[in-house]
Design a protein around this ligand. Sequence first.
Ligand SMILES: Cc1ncc(COP(=O)(O)O)c(C=O)c1O
Length: 391
Amino acid sequence: MDFKIPFHRSWFGPEEIKEVVDTLESGWLTTGPKTHRFEEDFKEYIGCKHAIGLNSCTAGLHLSLMALGFSRGEEVITTPLTFPASANVIVHSNLTPVFADIEPGTLNIDPEQVRAKLTSRTRAILPVHFAGHACDMDALLGLAAEQDLRIVEDAAHALETFYKGKKIGGLGDTTSFSFYATKNITTGEGGMLTTNNDKLAEKIRVMRLHGLSRDAWKRYDKRGFAKWELHVPGFKYNMSDINAALGIHQLKKAGQFLELRKKYAARYDEAFRDVEEIETLKIKDYTQSAHHIYVIALDLTRLTLNRDQILDEMQQAGIGVAIHFEPLHLQPFYQQRYGTREKDFPVATSYGERILSLPLFPRMREEEVEEVIQTLTGLIRKYRKKLVGTG
Ligand SMILES: Cc1ncc(COP(=O)(O)O)c(C=O)c1O
């Protein structure tokens, strides 16, 4: 469906185009010099010891769990309000996903609920910095230290997120970023894993490319033919130089992109401040948000339409909208295999019925932001329940 105002439009300049052409002409397309350069730039940008280029954030989460060396059936606690990838990788690693409910306001995993879900089999917490708002990392890191747990951060939304003045990317054992098409910066498809742990980095570098002990680029260098050895069956998760060519220049623009996201998010906040049917998300003092997505929750008790009908109406008006996310504890797979029920996660269940995401991207024009506001507030006025008079 073509929308007048799409949910997202990517933004490339002549720099990205030139770099991709240069890559094509160089003759080296897969993991090589451009991926290496992007990794070096990313490491410096985050201020961490290792940055490993991958073909997705999902790959980073999966590699983290595989490299940490847990045993079959051990448990990893995560949020139910996330993209399926965050929990699916736990299943793919032969581990058991355990959901902990979210906190109202930020929709991030609630550390108290995490504590309530600890068992003797818990090995890790997989927090997701929802919409670019950092999780309460002191509480989660405190729990991890107390219980000897690992922290595998899902930072798909959190490029440019700060927690207490520190950039997300070096707090947990590993952090995985996404460069999927709609993310704060994009390489089309792609991801980056950061860590300060040398051993883990070495293991993940090997596991990202089938488990071969040297990556292809180095195998064919000038020092002559070098044979690889296989110590562990790895995955095909490496980043290609074509994608990295985009990332090198996108990364330089991350700050500029964020300023625009911030400006448009502030305009939405202001416009919805006095609309009682719309709850906007809270930003806690400890974080600077990456404003990856703009999520609102509707007060359905005041409206004659449900959320899905409002989404339909927005689309009919030519505006691209989305849901972040359909809660995972309500999905047939998790319900059938792990017996998750809606009543066990009341906060995620309630928000899951009421949330929607509005377009928010740097290439948006101010008039487009205004049109989204006018369309949504117009629908709210049209479908507002009439109050029954008391006098
Ligand atoms: C919270 C979250 N985690 C993980 C992912 C997966 O990212 P990727 O597509 O790079 O694997 C996404 C993608 O949208 C996401 O929103």
